[in-house]
Design a protein around this ligand. Structure first.
Ligand SMILES: NC(=O)c1ccc[n+]([C@@H]2O[C@H](COP(=O)([O-])OP(=O)(O)OC[C@H]3O[C@@H](n4cnc5c(N)ncnc54)[C@H](OP(=O)(O)O)[C@@H]3O)[C@@H](O)[C@H]2O)c1
Length: 278
C-alpha cells in the first residue's frame, strides 16, 4: 500500500507518515466523503479535534469506507476549555461517543494553555488505562515542553506544530527529535487561504519533478521524517496528496526548500493563544 511508510514513536507504536487533516472541513457530506475517499485512496490516518465540530462525520466516513477500525490511526484533541477546567476524561469520552469508537490511537492537548500540565496528568491516566495508544501535545515551544517534561511521568510522544517551508522550526524539531518526540506538521500546505503553493521555488520544483506544489511540500516532509496531515475535501486533491511515494527530492532541492524559511506563521502563535486563554 502507498502509506506503508510510518514513523515509530517513543513507545514503539507506528503512525503513518501521512494522514488526512479535517480542520475547516464542515460536518456532513464534505467530511464524510473526504474521510471515505482518503481511506479508499490508501490513507490510514485521520486527524480531527473536538473544536473542528466534525467528529461525527469522521466516524461516519470511517464506517462507510469499510476499512477496519484497527487499521486506522485516529487522532483527536482536547480543547482549551476542557484543558483549563481539567475535563480531559470527560472530553475524551465525548469525543469517543461522537466518533462512535471505543478507543483513540492518539489524543493530543490542543494548546499549552493554563492548566495544561495538570491536564497532562489526566492524559497519562487514560494512557495507563489503555484507552488511548499514544498521547501527545500540539503547539508546544521548547519552554512549554521543558515545563511539561519536568513534571511528566510519561513523555509526550508527538508534538503537532505549525510547520511548512515558510516556518521550518529547525531548533524545535531538533529539540523534539533528541527527546524522541515525533513532530507532526500542521498547515503543511500553508493552510486554508494561504499563498505558499504559489511560491516560485516550490512551483519551479513542481515543474522539475512533474508534480504539483502540494506534492513537493508533502514529499519534503516525508524525506525529513516529519509526519504530515494535509487537508482537502476534494477527491482529486486527496488522491494527489498521497501520491508522493514514487519520486525523491535531491539533497540540494531539500535544502532549497529549507532555505525558504521566513518564520512566518499562518496560524496563531502559541504564546498569543496562552495569553488569550489565561
Ligand atoms: N493542532 C493544531 O493546532 C492544528 C492547527 C491547524 C491545523 N491542524 C491540523 O492540520 C491539518 C492541515 O492543516 P490545514 O488544514 O490548516 O492546512 P493545509 O493542509 O496546509 O492546507 C489546506 C488547504 O489547502 C488546500 N489543498 C489541499 N490539497 C491541495 C492540493 N493538492 N492543491 C491545492 N490546494 C490544496 C485545501 O483546499 P480544499 O480542501 O478546498 O481542497 C485547503 O484550502 C488540519 O486539517 C488539521 O487536521 C492542527
Amino acid at each position: 500500500m502507498k502509506t506503508d511508510r510510518t514513523v515509530k514513536l517513543k513507545n514503539g507504536i507506528e503512525i503513518p507518515i501521512i494522514g488526512l487533516g479535517v480542520f475547516k472541513s464542515p460536518q456532513g457530506e464534505d467530511t464524510i466523503n473526504a474521510v471515505k475517499w482518503a481511506l479508499e485512496a490508501g490513507y490510514r490516518s485521520i486527524d480531527t479535534a473536538m473544536i473542528y465540530g466534525n467528529e461525527e462525520s469522521v466516524g461516519e466516513g470511517i464506517r462507510l469506507s469499510k476499512v477496519n477500525r484497527e487499521d486506522i490511526f485516529l487522532c483527536s484533541k482536547v480543547w482549551n476549555t476542557d484543558i483549563r477546567e481539567g475535563r480531559v476524561r470527560e472530553a475524551f469520552e465525548e469525543s469517543l461517543e461522537r466518533l462512535q469508537t471505543d478507543y483513540l490511537d492518539s489524543y493530543l492537548l490542543h494548546w499549552p494553555v493554563a492548566g495544561y500540565i495538570g491536564a497532562w496528568k489526566q492524559m497519562e491516566q487514560l494512557y495507563r488505562e489503555g484507552r488511548v495508544r499514544v498521547i501527545g501535545v500540539c503547539n508546544c515551544k521548547i519552554p512549554h515542553l521543558e515545563a511539561l517534561l519536568a513534571q511528566a511521568e510519561i513523555s509526550p510522544m508527538i508534538n503537532q506544530i505549525e510547520n511548512h517551508p515558510y516556518l521550518v522550526q529547525k531548533p524545535l524539531t531538533s529539540y523534539c527529535r533528541e527527546r524522541q518526540i515525533a513532530c507532526e506538521a500542521w498547515s503543511p500546505l500553508g493552510g486554508t487561504g494561504g499563498n505558499l503553493l504559489e511560491d516560485l521555488t516550490i512551483q519551479e520544483l513542481g515543474k522539475k519533478y512533474h508534480r504539483s506544489p502540494a506534492q513537493i511540500i508533502i514529499r519534503w516532509n516525508i524525506q525529513r521524517n516529519v509526519i504530515v496531515i494535509p487537508k482537502s475535501i476534494h477527491k482529486a486533491r486527496i488522491e494527489q496528496n498521497i501520491d508522493v511515494f514514487d519520486f525523491e527530492l535531491t539533497a540540494e532541492d531539500m535544502e532549497q526548500i529549507d532555505a525558504l524559511d521566513r518564520e512566518l506563521r499562518v496560524g496563531p502563535d502559541p504564546d498569543a493563544m496562552i495569553e488569550k486563554w489565561k
